[in-house]
Design a protein around this ligand. Structure first.
Ligand SMILES: [Zn+2]
Length: 338
């Protein structure tokens, strides 16, 4: 897919809203290349998924476009080697920091009259997709401490940051807000921090973060980890694309349901992933890999299916005794086993 870097270059150098129809047109070229003029036999959404999730890693142009915008926004979190264009955008939002504004909801954000169209596009795309990038879209533990000034009037953000508490993540112990004594021991906080700690505690209780923490076992997404430890070498477009292109949890495709029905057992997501990964590295030969993937997708017509289409016999063509289901024809047939 040598076309992909060319597209990404275009998306990154034109930080303007592209019409949906333009992205759909490019995507249609990909799909036409795969299916020619035939009817698609595998859902496009399945083809877009990574190979380790059962897909074929076909580029999703719209998701790549959104990933490039989010990657540009991610560059505002870099502490060093920040691209020069970020400072140009930053000057147009006054005293606010773009890296702080993203953590506010669109209603909480102050009015930004001089904002550049590109910055507005970043924030709009972020608001739409933040739930894919964060563990808890309402209050992320990767939120920088300076954002608290929008939520708690007069909160001494800089004093906390000077002590090494730069993100909400640094306040967590186990699945809850750490006690003041713990934080005091960890960061050398004097008693003068006690009042602002109580302010934090009060904010903590008003959010649904405590329950979210218990259910999510205090994990950070790849994007949140990047915000905590921003590295210039991080491949942000890939990171954001992977987050946007992640499969829906516990969703089962028709081919999975059909295999499970024939085998008479349900397979967990982990077992399916094991099958995909084993399939991925099984052969170097492309045509053999293609056959394996087609079997997994139940691409081929077997007697049991042909019966419904043409009225032909549903009996297995090898043993001439059993019903030729997909499982039988490819695995369980006595002739194969012997
Ligand atoms: Zn047979």
């Amino acid at each position: 897919m040598t076309i992909l870097p060319k597209l990404l270059y275009l998306f990154r150098t034109l930080p303007l809203p592209l019409p949906k129809s333009y992205l759909e047109e490019i995507q249609s070229y990909f799909l036409t290349y795969v299916w020619r003029k035939g009817r698609p036999r595998v859902p496009a959404k399945l083809l877009y998924l990574p190979r380790c999730n059962g897909g074929m890693a076909m580029p999703n142009v719209t998701l790549y476009y959104n990933a490039t915008i989010l990657a540009s926004l991610g560059e505002f979190f870099l502490q060093s080697s920040t691209p020069r264009w970020t400072s140009v955008e930053q000057t147009c939002v006054g005293t606010h920091l773009i890296a702080s504004l993203v953590w506010l909801t669109s209603k909480q954000r102050p009015e930004l009259p001089g904002i550049l169209p590109s910055t507005a596009l970043y924030l709009k795309t972020w608001d739409k997709h933040r739930s894919r990038l964060l563990t808890n879209p309402f209050l992320s533990l990767a939120t920088p401490m300076e954002v608290l000034r929008y939520w708690i009037e007069g909160f001494p953000c800089s004093r906390w940051m000077a002590r090494g508490v730069t993100h909400l993540w640094h306040l967590v112990l186990g699945d809850s807000l750490a006690a003041f004594l713990t934080l005091s021991g960890r960061y050398g906080l004097p008693d003068t921090f006690l009042f602002s700690y109580h302010q934090l505690h009060s904010l903590w209780k008003t959010t649904n973060l405590p329950t979210m923490l218990v259910s999510s076992k205090v994990t950070l997404t790849a994007f949140e980890s990047f915000v905590l430890h921003p590295e210039v070498s991080t491949r942000l477009v890939s990171l954001c694309y992977a987050a946007l292109n992640a499969p829906t949890p516990n969703y089962k495709w028709n081919f999975q349901k059909a295999w499970e029905k024939e085998m008479g057992q349900e397979l967990t997501t982990q077992r399916w992933q094991g099958a995909y990964v084993a399939d991925k590295g099984a052969y170097n030969c492309t045509s053999l890999r293609e056959v394996r993937r087609k079997v997994m997708y139940r691409w081929y017509l077997v007697p049991a299916r042909e019966k419904h289409i043409s009225g032909a016999s549903s009996t297995c063509w090898r043993c001439l005794s059993e019903v030729g289901t997909m499982l039988h024809v490819w695995w369980a047939c006595d002739k194969l086993q012997s």
